[in-house]
Design a binder for this molecule. Structure first.
Ligand SMILES: *Cc1c(COP(=O)(O)O)cnc(C)c1O
Length: 361
């Protein structure tokens, strides 16, 4: 918790919930009440934005985002604890990642404080949409994009930063673990490209293969590196780990995989558990030879991978309660839901911050 945070109670026990069938929540778009919008002119910096009713945005048909894909997104979650507090998990890390992406895509970016303040405001403005403890979380999605028109010449005249909220349940519905297809043709990112930032341009180019894999009954796709096609990179939107004996390995950050915040937490936690953690090049053979494989992300949390299929050959891995993935899932969600002491200082409790009081939220 930030040292300056005031400890006004944020009891939600008596508060009304939105009319949602919480037990049926999946991971998808759900319209909520309010969103945050801030705009910035070229050459200026982002000023404090506004909470406004959730609505479509008006945008120039000639905008940078529509024509050239100048956009970045971030995703994080707000959690309700059993004792009625509202928590965030490492929101500063999302803010910093957005900054590095903004630099890569030539955009100005809200400061870390602005970003975190926007998150708190959006959560408080949509408080009744935060699922009850254990039923799900409130997913916060932000998008930073070039909203000004651009046809030939730079610069883009205006940028927009927006954030909205959707109640979500589980991302993957495969209880027994995921069955992945190792993609041998399409690539997700290339050296020197934008794979290392959450650029909106990284996702739809691989829908063709994700859709095909899903139609074939797979849960998700595991991508290989573009340079050699020999090494494992990551899934569509989550990072991958392999376990063999006392060694946990994950592809190193080299610009072609997204530096996941969950990935970073898992590296710390597994070291605390006494494993040796290696961030390195992970050849497909090493993955096929692993005892256990799992993926990580804000949406996926930690999800066991039951099998991978590479060139039509299926290889299975350990699943169930005794896996490292199960232990990590439990540890991480206990910290996020405030059930255990947060020794790493990862959680941020949302108090009725000054700004939100003035906004009468
Ligand atoms: C968002 C994302 C992840 C996971 O990052 P987290 O910060 O853990 O949510 C991993 N890979 C890709 C491609 C992503 O877009």
């Amino acid at each position: 918790m930030a040292p300056s945070a005031q400890s006004l109670p944020t009891s939600v026990s008596d508060e009304k919930y939105a009319n949602v069938k919480w037990e049926e929540l999946g991971f998808g778009f759900y319209r909520t009440d309010s969103m945050y919008v801030a705009k910035c002119k070229h050459g200026e910096s982002f000023q404090e934005g506004k909470i406004v009713p959730y609505a479509d945005l008006q945008i120039s048909p000639c905008s940078a985002v529509l024509n050239y894909g100048q956009g970045l997104y971030e995703g994080l979650k707000a959690y309700r604890t059993e004792d009625g507090r509202i928590m965030l998990f490492r929101p500063d890390q999302n803010a910093l990642r957005l900054q590095s992406g903004a630099h890569r895509l030539c955009m100005p970016c809200p400061s870390v404080d602005q970003f975190v303040s926007a998150v708190k405001q959006v959560v408080l403005a949509n408080k009744k949409w935060i699922p009850p403890p254990g039923r799900g979380t409130l997913y916060l999605r932000s998008v930073l994009f070039g909203s000004g028109p651009i046809l030939g010449s730079f610069p883009v005249s205006e940028y927009t930063f927006t954030m909205f909220a959707c109640p979500v349940g589980r991302y993957h519905s495969d209880n027994a673990g995921l069955n992945l297809k190792i993609e041998d043709k399409f690539r997700r990112a290339f050296p020197g490209g934008t794979g290392g930032v959450k650029s909106i341009t990284n996702y739809s180019p691989v829908w063709i293969t994700v859709a095909e894999a899903k139609a074939q009954g797979f849960s998700d796709v595991l991508f290989l590196d573009a340079a050699t096609g020999k090494n494992v990179e990551e899934l569509y939107a989550s990072n991958v780990f392999i376990v063999k004996g006392n060694v946990v390995s994950t592809p190193e950050i080299s610009g072609t995989i997204l530096p996941g915040i969950t990935r970073k937490c898992i590296i710390e936690l597994t070291r605390d558990f006494g494993y040796k953690v290696e961030e390195r090049v992970v050849p497909v053979e090493d993955l096929l030879d692993a005892e256990e494989v799992f993926c990580s992300g804000t949406a996926a949390i930690v999800t066991t991978i039951a099998s991978v299929t590479f060139k039509d050959k299926k290889t299975g891995f350990k699943t169930g309660d005794k896996t490292l993935a199960a232990k990590l899932f439990a540890t991480l969600t206990d910290i996020q839901l405030g059930r255990v002491e947060d020794k790493n200082g990862w959680t941020v409790e949302i108090d009725r911050c000054h700004q939100c009081e003035t906004l009468k939220l």
